[in-house]
Write a new protein. Sequence first.
Length: 319
Amino acid sequence: MQNIHDMHYKELFSNPLLVQQLCEGFLPKVIHESLDFSTFENRSGYYITPAMKELYQDVVWEVNFRHGEETVPLYLCLLLEFQSEPNWKMPHRMLHYVASFYQSLIKTKGLNLRTEKLPPVLPVVLYNGKERWKVATRMKNIIAPVPKTLRVFQPQLSYFLIDEQRLTQEAFEQAPKPLGNMLSLNHIENAESYIVLWEALKKKVKSHPEFQLLEDTIDHWLSYTLHLRNPEIKLRDIQAIDKETIMWTFKSEIERISNERAEAAAREAAREGYLTAQKEHEQKLIAATKSLLKRGMNFDDIADVLGITQAEVAKYTAD
């Protein structure tokens, strides 16, 4: 499943229009309004270190950032985080990533730091795990408190988090299209709503020239979102997908979820039954232990008769 996520999200954000829509839909207004999207250049390379390559994929874009009358190149570093739960080392990992990125930039561009400055970066983490992200987004928040005189010497780095599972339906609807619709497909709970969005996307592809360039990406994304619900749907086999297939996929997912919940309930009932029986057995041992003690038997004999340890005899008679 990890490679499936990697492949499709990386394809999504290797397209400048969809990256622009991600910025416009989810980054702070003061940032995305300062970006000159006409200057977008894909700068993805090999910035993921060996320690991180099993956990993340990255997409890097260079874009001009307007600040007053000045314009500076900005590197948008998008880390795709597809773990099932948040990684508590993320601030440290991002610090490591940015350092690796700068090292690569110095080497490939031959920057002379005596006369040149490193360009600014905007680290963004896109997370789609089910567990809420509670990890610090600032490096300083994972460093022990230090006196004010030492703060300036501590590493400073923050990243912007997009927690996809916590985005509301309203957020998806307000995001630029087609990206808002595409991401929303992963969070729709019924086939009818899915079909409405699916048909809307297909119409937009036919009616907008700029979207026609995205047709393969959108088709791949549709098959991906259905494959997540039912692995029998083959990835990128968009020709086999129609309304009946979508209805069947959702029905299969509902049945799967229902079966999983029934199995979980059965396991919980069995566990509770075991705990109840164990408690009843212990109550009987307590009663028997106290009864034998009243008859004058010593701990050693009680333990032999009941098949328990002397420590248990002491425990059962403590009160």
